[in-house]
Design a protein around this ligand. Sequence first.
Ligand code: S3P
Length: 170
Amino acid sequence: DDDGFEGRNIVLIGPMGSGKSTVGSALARRLGRPHVDSDQFFVARHGAIPEYFLAHGEAAFRAEEERVVADLLDSPRPSVVSLGGGAVLSAATRGLLRGHLVVMLDMSLEQAHRRIGDGSTRPVLGEHPMQRWAEVYAEREPLYRGAADVVIDSADATVPQRAVTIVEAL
Ligand code: S3P
């Protein structure tokens, strides 16, 4: 590995809609690393997330998400790993994150409003998506900040610009 980050994974965390998957993919391309996404791996193993929530509930989702994240962080090649917005709720996951370079993609309520819309693909947001988004964000913000080595505001800049900002901040 010659990108200077000592073989650790670069892990993107942050609230729903902050662009962890799209920015992660752009960042990985820039660094010549693989990109993996915990939601995508979850879906490959267990099927669609809204259906899984309905059938098994959030606690079961979190337990399986924790396993997916542990497997992804244990990757043989240093990678860029994008995590679902609630992955940091797991203390075990937060412990594992200490060995990696963790980037929080932050965003404001106004930005969330533009990006998430009716929130239909995110069962956590229920029937009042923006109100719930703000509550969930308030609960999780300290966990994101506590785990992050770097915080990047996802305002305004394009996806490639944000990837550059992250590389410069690392
Ligand atoms: C969740 C966020 C989603 C997905 C699931 C639960 C959450 O990922 O893991 O719907 O609790 O914040 P994104 O952050 O990629 O939307």
